[in-house]
Design a protein around this ligand. Structure first.
Ligand code: FES
Ligand SMILES: [Fe+2]
Length: 361
């Protein structure tokens, strides 16, 4: 019997060490199983816990008692503004039997009291009191403590990390110098969330290259100058940028800046507008993408401009989700293993995949 190898499948030898670093000029992409294997998704959870995650906006946490509940790679977390004004983060998991300290985002949190049986913790995370706790023998409250997590505010955004492997500053090094004034003046307008039936990395790979823009995004392509499209890869992020086509741009003159912060946060900056994206894995073949829109004061007063901005983003996002879902089905089909990364149009993909290989190695 003749053993057939599927078309376009690279020799198996390419696959023996997919975690080994690859040089840009000869790189192959991550193999398909990395997008479909539940064991890989489980390994990614510990990777995510070492990264910085965009969990809130500063305006949600402005006043003492303001709080946000979130999830980082399956771990429930609580971010809160303490009475003394400090911003704190904890596992939202009571040390008694795992109950939540807070159930929803909101204001007016007076104390860290568990919803299940009422154990109450001080703002430093140490257990202070609880119903009938004196009945517990050999029980030292001072030893019972909510684990803390790291929290940072930057440019109106709040990031958290469970076990940070790197300083937050390294993640955004150089971004302030380029866009601080633009970020400073924008205010949150609304959130739109999408669910895509693809692995989170398929979505990020797609984000990180403009190679597909002329083929997948006709409307966006008219706005950008594809010939001048550039990608720069730094330690904490990749930046794609393009001048805006003056005859097509309803944003005015300027450039589009697309920052991808390792591993799953995007800052999409156009004149007068910031859009953040957070890509959250929901399973090996599903992810949610949260879009938060922020506008400068003059744009915030211009309903037509906001509608034009969000209509274009919606069309572009539907186009991206459609192609990513098709690619995910192809990865799961057995037809495809890996292919070449384009050295001048897909450097961002290479940057992300190299970081990913290091993180998982
Ligand atoms: S689980 Fe928190 S008090 Fe029981
Ligand atoms: Fe796209």
């Amino acid at each position: 019997m003749l053993l057939m190898r599927p078309h376009n499948q690279e020799p198996r030898t390419q696959m023996t060490d997919w975690l080994a670093p690859q040089t840009l000029q000869t790189a192959h992409g991550l193999p398909a199983f990395v997008y479909t294997d539940p064991d890989i998704a489980a390994r990614e959870r510990s990777m995510f816990r070492r990264t910085w995650q965009l969990v809130a906006r500063s305006d949600q946490l402005a006043q003492p008692g303001d709080h946000v509940v979130e999830d980082i790679a399956g771990l429930p977390v609580l971010i809160a503004r303490a009475p003394d004004g400090t911003l704190l983060g904890f596992h939202n998991v009571c040390r008694h039997r795992g109950g939540p300290l807070a159930i929803a985002c909101g204001a007016g949190l007076k104390q860290l009291r568990c919803h299940y049986h009422g154990w109450t913790y001080d703002w430093d995370g140490v257990l202070r009191s609880g119903p009938e706790l004196d009945a517990l023998v050999d029980f030292d409250r001072a030893q019972v403590r909510l684990p803390a997590i790291a929290v940072v505010q930057w440019q109106g955004l709040v990031f958290a990390s469970i076990e940070p492997e790197a300083l937050f500053d390294a993640l955004v090094d150089g971004i302030d110098a380029r866009v601080a004034s633009a970020l400073h003046e924008v205010r949150f307008q609304r959130r739109v969330s999408y669910v895509a039936q693809c692995n989170w990395k398929a979505y990020i790979d797609n984000y990180l290259e403009g190679y597909h823009v002329p083929h997948i995004h006709p409307a966006l392509n008219r706005l950008l100058d594809y010939r001048a499209y550039r990608t720069e890869c730094l330690a904490g992020y990749a930046l794609q940028s393009s001048p805006l086509d003056a005859s097509e741009s309803f944003y005015g003159l300027g450039e589009a800046l697309y920052y991808q912060l390792w591993p799953n946060t995007m800052l999409n900056i156009l004149p007068g507008r910031l859009q953040t994206n957070r890509v959250v894995p929901l399973g090996v073949d599903r992810c949610r993408i949260d879009f938060d829109y922020y506008y400068a004061p003059d744009v915030a007063r211009d309903a037509a401009k906001i509608a034009a901005d969000q209509d274009l983003a919606e069309v572009t996002q539907r186009e991206d989700i459609d192609i990513c879902e098709r690619v995910q089905r192809a990865f799961a089909s057995g037809s495809y293993n890996t292919g070449r990364v384009h050295p001048t149009r897909e450097q961002g993909v290479h940057w992300f995949q190299e970081r990913y290989r290091r993180a998982l190695a």
